[in-house]
Design a protein around this ligand. Structure first.
Ligand code: 3H9
Length: 699
């Protein structure tokens, strides 16, 4: 039974039980209407609505979007609740989100336990609250606070919700008893049926200028996204129109959102993120090993960032550096980073101190004897890593997991220097490690199942989105990045300027363009890496000659004040530098390229095609488990816009045949072998299959 009803003395109790998160599936909506009708007809004097399990209703059933609607709709359910002739009291625990919170807003009173949270996160799915949220919240808390809540999608604690006026009371557990007591109190008082629909939106912060300012702010903060603008329109409608008209307007906007490609993309990412940590074929009996203390080797930017990830999750860290100077520098950097977070108001001084204290420095490998997991984040050299792992094998206790943060190197070779290759795994963090959410978990040939289970569990515990990769040069993300970076270089030598290339990619929604990213990371990194390669390994000189020329001029990127752009030494503000164009033109003539005008569409398309084709190869080789894993990696590690769904989602939306044809056209145009469509893509197109069909067949 998804929804049950009981009469407890004089109070009717409606209970939703639809694990895991009590989503409002068709059956739940039907059950609510039926239970409400029963409660209306019996001797109850008030009705309590609560949920079994870990949370109050966490929203609409996301997998039902995009399918034909089934009555009753949620607005209909809510209208029935709000129209009830007896007080209805919502009793909240866990996370009352989206449609779930909208159900609560339709009740006449709301109480919550203190660790509950409420929110309207629809915007994160490219949607807006479509069951009265945009109309009821401004009536309760005013336009400004409503827009803040709905456009950010961030949940608020029960205490804050009480302060704002979103709920009426914070109660002590057990919730059911507290809600029954509250209901009886309301009955005894003869409390009115307080319907939010009958309230007025305060005119105070509802001027046309106010809404215009929100549109501009959100246009910048959530660049390229449609839902935030629609949210402003709905809240504006709430302030101008009678309730029913506002609700109808909201419904229209909501339906258009559900049909949008942006929402389809964001919903895809929502489910893909939750799929990614699940390792296919893993022994179901394998349990994660307990992780109580973590060791990190290397106190540089990466090691320090990783240490912060664990400290932020309350896990003690032993940070090892070779000498005291290096250690002092590393710990100082961590302190500085926490200081910046405090100064931005994102963390209290006290909490920052507590976290910093969880990180203990050492220069002695023997101090790693007690750690359950150690992550090596030293210089990217096989020789150095081999030495580190040989040493770890000596000092770490049996059963400790030995992880490498390598971005490219062969994890099998690293594992082989130990006598416990089953305990070795790659944990590839992305810079800045304490901010970026992607964690590539690299499975070597001998990595044990319970080590993988631990890596996935600990990744989630520290707030990352773990994605499984097999061993190859660059794993999933960086292997694809090489193809993408090549196109940036080729577009440049063929005729585009750095700002045109970056503009084409940021116009699509990428967080940064590829050349601005190069400047941020430092152009010398790629330069040094190329020095170690043979000419054959380096590939077409046109794909790196400009970068090399810039480095040889001392233009290393932001850190030297100039790279593809020039940077203000004080503010780091970026400006176009005519000298770069001269370098590009000189390299073009040196390599016999006659430059031409490239359209932004061509630039964007080539970058996307480069990613997609490599993505298909990665899938076929089994480097990634699923297309969605690649999408999640690109969204959380490389600034690919979530509302575009990731490269593989993009390919599926565009149509695999269209992708294949475009690749063939590029191959014909350039003669370059890398444009040859990946065999998997060719096969799927010739068999008329989708990536979903392929996944279903494979597993
Ligand atoms: C909406 O409400 C629209 C309305 O305004 C208008 C309607 C007319 N549906 O995240 P977890 C699954 S839009 C279906 O790992 P946690 C999830 O896929 C919705 N499934 O747990 C996973 O499945 P699996 C607005 C859902 O404890 C399992 O539940 N609401 C839904 O870390 C556990 O999820 C939201 O956007 C759903 N709504 O976090 C809230 N929610 O085990 C979305 C979860 O098979 N949900 N699942 O992989 C969340 O933010 C988190 O899931 C939550 C729990 C905080 C609730």
């Amino acid at each position: 039974m998804l929804v049950s009803y009981e009469l407890v003395d004089d109070i009717g109790v409606i209970t939703v039980n639809n694990p895991p998160v009590n989503a409002l599936s068709h059956g739940v909506r039907e059950g609510l209407v039926t239970a409400l009708a029963t409660a209306q007809a019996d001797s109850s004097k008030a009705i309590v609505l609560l949920c079994e399990g870990r949370t109050f209703i966490a929203g609409a059933e996301i997998s039902e979007f995009g399918k034909p609607p089934q009555a009753p709709s949620l607005p209909e359910v809510n209208a029935a609740i709000e129209g009830a002739s007896k007080p209805v009291i919502a009793a909240l625990h866990g996370t009352a989100l989206g449609g779930g919170f909208e159900v609560a807003l339709s009740c006449h009173y709301r109480c919550a336990v203190s660790d509950a949270a409420v929110g309207l996160p629809e915007v994160k799915l490219g949607l807006l609250p479509g069951a009265g949220g945009t109309q009821r919240v401004p009536r309760l808390i005013g336009v400004e606070a409503a827009l803040d809540m709905i456009a950010s999608g961030k949940p608020v604690t029960a205490a804050k919700a009480l302060k704002l006026g979103l709920i009426d009371r914070v109660v002590d557990a057990p919730l059911k008893a507290a809600a029954l007591a509250y209901a009886r109190e309301l009955v005894a008082e003869g409390a009115m049926l307080r319907r939010v629909r009958d309230m007025k939106v305060s005119a105070e912060d509802a001027s046309a200028e106010q809404f215009a300012s929100w549109r501009t702010t959100l246009g910048k903060r959530m660049r390229g996204q449609q839902a935030p603008q629609r949210i402003v329109a709905c809240v504006e409608a709430a302030s101008r129109l009678p309730f029913d008209e506002g609700l109808a307007f909201e419904r229209g906007q909501f339906v258009e959102c559900t049909e949008s490609e942006q929402s389809a993309a964001l919903r895809h990412i929502f489910f893909a993120e939750r799929q990614a940590p699940k390792v296919l074929g893993l022994d179901p009996a394998s349990q994660p090993r307990p992780i109580q203390r973590v060791g990190i080797i290397g106190g540089g930017t990466m090691g320090g960032g990783i240490a912060m990830c664990f400290a932020n999750a309350g896990i003690p860290v032993t940070l090892l550096e070779l000498n005291q100077d290096g250690l002092d520098r590393g710990l100082a950097l961590i302190g500085k980073n926490y200081g910046i977070t405090v100064s931005k108001g994102k963390l209290s001084e006290q909490e920052a101190v507590r976290r910093e204290r969880l990180i203990r420095g050492t220069t002695d490998y023997a101090d790693l004897g007690e750690v359950d997991l150690v992550i090596e984040a030293v210089f990217e050299s096989m020789e150095v890593k081999r030495q580190v792992f040989a040493r770890l094998d000596e000092v770490c206790k049996p059963g400790a997991i030995l992880a490498t943060n390598t971005s490219y190197l062969d994890v099998n070779e690293i594992a082989r220097v130990t006598d416990r290759p089953q305990d070795v795994v790659g944990l590839h963090f992305f810079s800045p490690a304490n901010v970026m959410r992607l964690l590539e978990v690299v499975r070597a040939d001998d990595t044990a199942d319970d080590v993988l289970a631990t890596a996935m569990a600990i990744g989630k515990r520290i707030g990352k989105v773990p994605v499984l990769a097999r061993v190859c040069f660059g794993f999933i993300g960086n292997r694809m990045l090489r193809q993408y970076a090549r196109e940036a270089q080729l577009c440049m030598i063929e005729g585009a300027s750095p700002e045109q290339i970056d503009g084409a990619l940021t116009g699509f929604g990428m967080a940064m363009g590829p050349l601005a990213v190069g400047d941020l990371a430092g152009l010398d990194i790629g330069y040094k890496a190329r020095q170690a390669l043979t000419d054959a390994q380096k590939g077409d000189p046109k794909s790196y000659c400009i970068a090399d020329a810039l480095v040889e001029m001392g233009r290393l990127g932001q850190k030297s004040g100039a790279g593809y752009y020039r940077y203000d030494p004080e503010t780091r503000a970026r400006s176009v530098d005519p000298e770069v164009l001269e370098v590009i033109e000189a390299q073009a003539s040196k390599h016999g390229v006659s430059r031409r005008a490239l359209s932004s569409d061509e630039i964007l398309d080539r970058h996307l095609m480069a990613l997609v084709n490599e993505g298909f190869r990665i899938l076929e080789e089994g480097i990634a488990q699923r297309p969605g894993d690649i999408d999640v990696a690109y969204v959380h590690g490389y600034g690919f816009p979530a509302y575009q769904g990731g490269p593989m989602f993009y390919a599926a939306q565009r149509g695999l045949a269209s992708v294949r044809d475009r690749l063939k056209a590029l191959q014909r145009q350039t003669g370059a072998g890398y444009w040859e469509p990946a065999p998997l893509l060719e096969r799927l197109v010739s068999q008329g299959q989708s990536l979903d069909d392929w996944m279903a067949e494979k597993h």
